[in-house]
Design a protein around this ligand. Structure first.
Ligand code: C5P
Length: 223
């Protein structure tokens, strides 16, 4: 196989970014974080005070927005109109705004085209998101769908933020996790769901190491 695509999808906080980065590093593949692109658009909307419910205005902003993903030591750096916004896009507020604009087919169309192009340009890629195995690359060589119970995902996120010294509430995080699941699973265009031929892995009771090994096994079997 000359061009090998590994598609990893799943809900917010299931560990797919961590796993996708590890796999890409291990195999020397290009890592493509599709969610980062929705987040970059959301950050720009926030900065320009554009209401994410105003589709016309959103599309107008997108017309002159440049988003670049650049491979870095620990995964990827995200550039919005030339500015490194890798850290700024990682807030829950931006995640939720990303989810709000991700429901518009017109928004998805633009980003999916860029994402497909990135995957095709990369010789081999690990691409991660919600629709990478269903819409972006329906013919991906390997499709993985990671999931975990909302309570487990909220707990992981809670610990992560606590370790950063932030004053957060578990209940609030659980609410946010469930809200984003709802938005992503119920939208009409490209809702979050496993591809028919995806291998589903529930990470609720597994360590990162265990999940990594299982995914590597699937890749060995399928490629
Ligand atoms: O994965 P991440 O949390 O960065 O994604 C942010 C939001 O972008 C998701 O909640 C989802 O609504 C949207 N998204 C999407 N399709 C993708 C990747 C992300 O709709 N392929």
């Amino acid at each position: 196989v000359i061009n090998l695509i590994i598609a990893i999808d799943g809900p917010a906080g299931c560990g797919k970014s961590t796993i996708a980065k590890m796999i890409a590093k291990k195999l020397g593949y290009t890592y493509i974080d599709t969610g980062a692109m929705y987040r970059a658009v959301a950050l720009k909307l926030k900065r320009e005070n554009v209401n994410p419910d105003d589709l016309k205005a959103v599309l107008k902003v997108m017309e002159d927005t440049d988003i670049q993903l650049k491979t870095a030591e620990n995964g990827v750096k995200v550039f919005l109109d030339g500015e490194d916004v890798s850290d700024q896009i990682r807030t829950e507020e931006i995640g939720k705004m990303a989810s709000q604009i991700a429901r518009y087919p017109q928004v998805r169309k633009v980003l999916v085209k860029m994402q497909r192009h990135l995957g095709e340009k990369a010789k081999n890629a690990v691409i991660e998101g919600r629709d990478t195995g269903t819409v972006i690359f329906p013919d991906a060589d390997v499709k993985i769908f990671l999931t975990a119970k909302p309570e487990v995902r909220a707990e992981r996120r809670y610990k992560e933020l606590k370790e950063k010294g932030l004053d957060v509430s578990y209940e609030e995080i659980l609410k946010q996790v469930k809200e984003r699941d709802y938005l992503d699973e119920t939208r009409k265009d490209s809702p979050l769901k496993p591809a028919e031929d995806a291998v589903i892995i529930d990470t609720s009771n597994k360590s990162i190491e265990q999940v990594f090994n299982e995914v590597m096994e699937v890749i060995k079997r399928k490629s």
